[in-house]
Design a binder for this molecule. Structure first.
Ligand code: DGJ
Length: 747
């Protein structure tokens, strides 16, 4: 049983294949968190609760003269602000008299034999899996405010989907100043780190690991998107946890707007981590009879290091978050014209790019920014989604026929949420943008943000976009979003509801995404936001792949993709081979290396292949053939980080193993080639120790001595995992190699 309820002991336990999560209704009816970690079977952790009188810690009113009982030090399942627990609150509610205190007690619980959907929000889907859900209702001691905690257990995946709903039955409005989704409590003596993923445009998701010391750590976004600056995914882990050892708890937020993940070590040393919508940009007026649904957090635990934790997330996001026709099928190898032409293109140029690409095996041409309105630079045109016939004579249909005639699909770029100041749409509807009446507004790339909380705006966008999508055989859409939100204020909402706009914006974006992806199910949608500025589990519900970064430099990508891999599957990670010298860094890397790096994701090209030599074109052909051959291993297999590129400055290596362990791929890039050094040994992971594998090594650099290292031949999984593979003797700038392993039966 995934969920076990011991009514007499008032203990509620959630079990996954390898983990247990336990809570109990304790003294005075409070819901306490007891345990989350490796499986404890039918174990009872209630003995861990204790009470002791502590100075400067208050006791709740219901505890009367029991001075030893305080919420200020107790491990709470969902902490409420204002009534004695002064640590991180999950919920802050203001009553009409201005009072801000909630005192939440267990009220009831219910078991559901399925996973309910969260209205208007992305969330894990049960699919073919069997799921149980526990809903625990908490009630405020002095009012009719109810908080329903929801837990769905994905047993085989070692994941728990957690969220909460607040119901106001007080007869008067209630103002929510915070309504977070999840809380995690840890014991006092533990030496824990928080791993988070910070970044900036063109350098997203850098790994940052710090000790959780006294006070608070806040990782958040107030930019309107989940952001390049901080990712809505954090890991709490043992200070000594590594890829293969130690306890790790992950919190992956299924939300694409402002978020906050906070960790606090309290006065007694216990640690609390919370995650949810960022309270800094949130305030929600909940009328009597209304409820507020907080987004979902996917919790996962691994008792054997970070690698397993990532694998849990890769699997569940791939299988239960991504939906639609493209969830499981092989996605096309694409070529995008952005770095090839920027705004300077027309039908002929695109067709020339596509002609060569199709001959080499590319399957989809993506026409990026610049095909519509008055859009010859980023100064104008956004919002006017009509084809610029000067660039594309005969419109979308004419271009599409030409591309289809080459045996290729056509994809189109949109930036639905934006409008240029110089656009017909802005001239007609200046009131449709986010701005505060009577104030100037901030500019970014000379574009403004449409008020996606407005139904009329969403309807207009739906009509415009669906018209284009229906006008020709368009089979892919890149959904871009290129600026942060500012002056967040909506003309349609009263003053006391302006704090809702950020969240309503995100809900509006979700609604439009849902409508378009539902009505055009044959179209593959790819998310993008100046690269990876909205890279989160929520977006994957609508779009199974996301452009990872505008930085296409293969060497920089090593770190970006490494960081991204902690919380997100490689099948979602958009990665392209681009031109050299690279447009972002000016660095020149071998084509082979660029291919190796881009193959760790949804593979494509971002250059004009006509500029390559015949020899290079042959190489492109080989890359595409190799990617197609290994598609399942890369996109559905297990992924292992073999080195940490931020520490190992000489070699970056990673590995894919097919689900049946019959095939594996090791990819590595030499990031600093040195003279007269020993060639390192890399130990493979995740193979079947008892299987025999045929090893073939491919390296491209003419000076690299392949036979020094991984000699082609047959090796056992046990040897490859324990003794390892010696790397070839790498030479030159940014060399790479790839080792392919295939099971040899009856060897
Ligand atoms: C930002 C995206 O990340 C790029 O790939 C490209 O589509 C540009 N926007 C176009 O404006």
């Amino acid at each position: 049983m995934a969920i076990v309820i011991d009514s007499s002991a008032k203990r509620l336990t959630l079990h996954t294949a390898n983990t247990s999560y336990q809570m109990m209704v304790g003294e005075y009816g409070y819901l306490f968190h007891l345990y989350y970690g490796d499986s404890i079977g039918d174990g009872d952790c209630s003995y861990l609760l204790y009470k002791q009188e502590r100075s400067l810690c208050s006791s709740p009113f219901c505890a009367g003269e029991d001075r030893a009982f305080t919420l200020d030090t107790a491990p709470q399942e969902y902490s409420a602000g204002g009534a004695g627990d002064t640590r991180l609150p999950c919920i802050i509610a203001e009553f009409p008299n201005g009072g801000r205190a909630l005192d939440l007690h267990y009220f009831s619980h219910e078991l559901l034999a399925e996973k309910p959907a969260l209205k208007g929000l992305p969330s894990l889907q049960q699919g073919e899996k069997t799921c149980q859900t526990l809903e625990i209702t908490l009630k405020d001691s002095d009012s009719e405010v109810y908080v329903i905690l929801q837990y769905t257990v994905f047993e085989e995946d070692d994941c728990i989907a957690r969220s909460c709903r607040v119901e106001n039955r007080t007869g008067a409005p209630l103002r929510l100043e915070a309504a977070l989704s999840a809380c995690l409590e840890r014991e006092a003596e533990e030496d824990l780190d928080l791993i988070s993923f910070w970044g900036r445009h063109t350098m997203e998701r850098n790994v940052e690991r710090r000790r959780v010391s006294h006070g608070k750590i806040v990782v958040d976004s107030a930019r309107g998107t989940s952001s390049a600056q901080q990712s809505p995914f954090v890991i709490l882990c043992d200070h000594h946890a590594t890829e293969d050892a130690g306890r790790c708890w992950g919190l992956n937020f299924v939300y694409s707007g402002n978020f906050a993940a906070s960790a606090e070590r309290s006065q007694l040393g216990s640690v609390r981590v919370t995650m949810g919508i960022n309270p800094e940009t949130f305030s929600w007026k909940l009328e009597d009879g209304e409820s507020f649904q907080a987004p979902e957090v996917i919790l996962s635990y691994s008792g054997c290091g970070l690698s397993r934790l990532s694998s849990n997330y890769h699997r569940i996001l791939r299988e239960n978050m991504c939906r639609g026709a493209f969830k499981d099928c092989r996605r096309p190898v694409l070529i995008n014209n952005w770095e090839a032409t920027y705004f300077d293109f027309n039908t002929d140029k695109l067709v020339r790019i596509a002609e060569t690409a199709s001959k080499l095996g590319v399957e989809l041409l993506v026409m990026d920014d610049g095909w519509f309105g008055k859009r010859d630079s980023d100064w104008s045109g956004l919002g006017d989604w009509t084809v610029n016939e000067k660039k594309l004579p005969g419109g979308m249909q004419a271009l599409c026929s030409k591309i289809n005639a080459l045996g290729m699909k056509l994809g189109v770029w949109f930036e639905p949420e934006m409008v240029s100041e110089d656009s017909d749409l802005f001239r007609q509807h200046p009131e449709w943008v986010l701005r505060i009446e009577g104030r100037g507004y901030s500019r970014n790339r000379y574009q403004l943000v449409l008020d996606m909380s407005r139904q009329d705006v969403r309807e207009h966008l739906y009509q415009q976009i669906s018209k284009v999508l229906s006008s020709a055989n368009i089979e892919y859409v890149k959904w871009d979003m290129n600026r942060p939100l500012s002056e967040v204020w909506s003309q349609l909402l009263p003053a006391d509801r302006q704090g809702e706009v950020s969240h309503r914006y995100t809900l509006g974006v979700y609604e439009l995404m849902d409508r378009l992806t539902t009505d055009f199910p044959h179209i593959l949608f790819e998310g993008c936001s100046s690269g990876g500025n909205r890279y989160d589990a929520g977006l994957l519900y609508y779009m199974p792949q996301i452009w990872c970064s505008d930085n296409t430099d293969a060497i920089e990508r090593l770190e970006i993709q490494y960081g991204t891999s902690f919380g997100f599957p490689m099948s979602a990670l958009g990665a392209h081979v681009s031109a050299c010298p690279n447009h972002q860094t000016g660095r020149t890397t071998p084509l082979f290396t660029r291919g190796v790096v881009a193959m760790a994701g949804t593979f494509g090209y971002e250059l004009d292949l006509n500029t390559l030599t015949e020899e290079e074109k042959e190489q492109v052909k080989e890359q595409i053939a190799a990617y197609k051959k290994h598609y399942d291993t890369i996109n559905k297999g297990e992924y292992y980080r073999l080195t940490d590129p931020t520490r190992n400055r000489e070699l970056c290596a990673w590995e894919f193993v097919s689900r049946d362990k019959k095939k594996a791929l090791l990819f590595a890039v030499g990031t600093h080639v040195r003279a007269n050094v020993a060639m390192p040994v890399i130990r493979m992971k995740g193979l079947d120790a008892g299987k025999q594998y045929r090893l073939t090594c491919q390296a491209d650099h003419p000076l690299t001595k392949k036979d020094v290292g991984a000699k082609d031949g047959v090796y056992s999984g046990a040897v490859l995992m324990n003794a390892g593979i010696r790397t070839p003797m790498l030479k030159g700038d940014w060399p790479a190699f790839c080792v392919e392993l295939e099971e040899v039966e009856n060897a």
